[in-house]
Design a protein around this ligand. Structure first.
Ligand code: FAD
Ligand code: SF4
Ligand code: SF4
Length: 443
């Protein structure tokens, strides 16, 4: 049996690359913890190699990639050996400086992926189950456990649902003071659990409640929070990669929180697929109580008035068929064409932001980055160009049909079927054909 010798990874010494320094103002010098960078009159660094401890700080901070680490031939040999040991699966001892060692120790105290189970008077928000799906992937990648956090009053039934959707462990705080959501009480409850059990990752729905609570918690526990993520994954160092649209949706940014824990992210409803439901699954329940009392809460809930009192209000996020209209609809009245088609399909009418801004449709119908994220079985985009801010809200539909008279419209890039032509002719023709087929079936 052969035994692998544990090798220490050499750190090397910093070296300036010829012609690369842009004399940025001595960032490398300010970053060096051992004062081994001196500056020339032209603003370029001279590395005092004998003092350099190879901490990489100057290399990381240089905006021009003008610095690199140099290794002696012996060190290069060790690096090669380490690489082959790593390929064979052996662990490698990396020498850490005091700061990095303290950070690594701090981060190692946090474990597990938590999903906050949002509920209103015991009714769960669907997004929580969607998050258990992506949470399971993250927990698998981290070789840790997927846990759910249930806070409320008489919410025990949600515990078994959380197990059914894949949680291995549920943290439960069940008390009358949590009957209605109030930032103060839920903040105390969740922070108590975080202090006691130290989760590595916390996922919450980017709903009104989730956004409010996540911001308050992240501030209290002094960590980072990435809102409205559209992608979550684990990098090769074990950190959470949180992807979301940035700069008005024109680029996708991957945000990391590599120095603080927990790593917190919110995700909008319908962005992640639902977790598989396995009724009867069980797991561990941790019951906790939180000392917060009703008298301490400044906010009192007198009456709940739900949106459903408005007859106009439609929740497009749960619809299986959505017929959406954009600026190409040319006016409010023309949306009746879409309503007729949606009615035939048993669906609802959605809209692009341009149509909403023009006052043709109410804001709750807007699909996209600043509207709703939808995942219907069929999405029919009528007179919508396909700006990235619209696409991020509907591109995960099972089937997309685009109708546009411009054959180069970007919407065709995500469409399953594209129809190039005048929507004022095409939509009535589709509606009429569906009616014919229905009538033939009924006859
Ligand atoms: C920060 C930010 C957030 C945003 N958030 C959102 C969001 O949430 N949702 C959203 O939708 N947008 C959003 N936008 C706006 C987005 O950038 C686009 O401006 C918007 O989506 C365009 O709407 P549209 O496709 O309806 O209009 P247009 O881009 O004007 O497209 C109209 C389309 O209709 C077609 N057309 C015209 N007449 C006909 C006809 N008779 N038959 C067939 N086709 C026809 C045209 O060829 C054209 O492609 C956001 C922008 C920013 C900066
Ligand atoms: S590697 Fe670290 S010690 Fe060496 S020059 Fe750069 S900052 Fe200074
Ligand atoms: S940080 Fe980079 S660009 Fe700036 S002075 Fe140092 S070597 Fe030059």
């Amino acid at each position: 049996m052969s035994e692998t010798t544990k090798l220490k990874k050499p750190r090397g010494k910093a070296r300036l690359l010829d012609g690369k320094c842009i004399a940025c103002g001595a960032r490398c010098q300010s970053a060096c913890p051992v004062n081994c960078v001196e500056m020339t009159d032209s603003g370029e660094p001279i590395i005092l190699v004998e003092k350099c401890i190879g901490c990489l700080k100057c290399v990381k901070i240089c905006p021009a990639a003008a610095l690199e680490m140099a290794f002696t031939p012996e060190e290069l040999k060790i690096l090669q050996e380490i690489a082959s040991q790593q390929e064979a699966g052996a662990p490698v001892d990396e020498e850490l400086d005091d700061e990095a060692a303290a950070l690594a120790k701090k981060l190692a105290a946090y474990h597990d992926v938590w999903v906050f189970i949002e509920q209103t008077e015991g009714v769960p928000a669907r997004v929580s189950w969607e998050l258990l799906g992506v949470g399971a992937d993250l927990a698998r990648a981290r070789k840790s456990r997927l846990c759910a956090v249930v806070i409320g009053s008489q919410v025990e039934p949600l515990v078994s649902e959380a197990f059914a959707y894949g949680a291995e462990k549920v943290y439960l705080i069940d008390a009358p003071v949590f009957r209605y959501y109030r930032t103060h009480s839920y903040l105390e409850g969740l922070c108590l659990l975080i202090d006691r059990y130290r989760p590595e990752i916390i996922l919450m729905g980017a709903t009104g409640l989730g956004r409010d609570l996540a911001g308050a918690v992240a501030t209290r526990v002094a960590t980072g929070l990435t809102a409205d993520c559209t992608g979550l994954a684990i990098d090769d160092k074990g950190h959470l990669m949180q992807t979301r649209p940035a700069f008005g949706g024109n680029i996708m940014a991957t945000i990391m929180c590599d120095k603080f824990r927990p790593q917190m992210a919110t995700v909008r409803p319908n962005v992640m697929p639902m977790a598989v439901h396995r009724p009867g699954a069980t797991g561990e329940i941790i019951r906790e109580s939180c000392p917060i009392r009703e008298e301490e809460l400044a906010v009192k809930v007198l009456k709940i008035i739900t949106d459903s009192t408005s007859t106009e209000s439609v929740d497009i996020t749960g619809a299986e068929f959505i017929v959406s209209g954009g600026r190409g609809m040319m006016g409010k009245l023309n949306f009746s064409l879409l309503k007729e088609l949606a009615d035939e399909l048993g669906g609802v009418v959605g809209a692009s932001r341009s149509a909403v801004d023009a006052g043709w449709m109410p804001p709750d119908r807007q699909v996209g980055q600043t509207g709703k994220t939808v995942r219907p079985k069929i999405y029919i985009a009528c007179g919508i160009s396909g700006a990235i801010q619209h696409l991020v809200g509907m591109q995960d539909a099972d089937l997309i049909i685009a109708i546009n008279r411009d054959k180069d419209a970007p919407i065709f890039e995500v469409a399953t079927y594209g129809i190039v032509g005048d929507l004022f002719k095409i939509i009535p023709a589709i509606t009429a054909r569906i009616r014919e087929l229905k009538a033939a079936k009924a006859a």
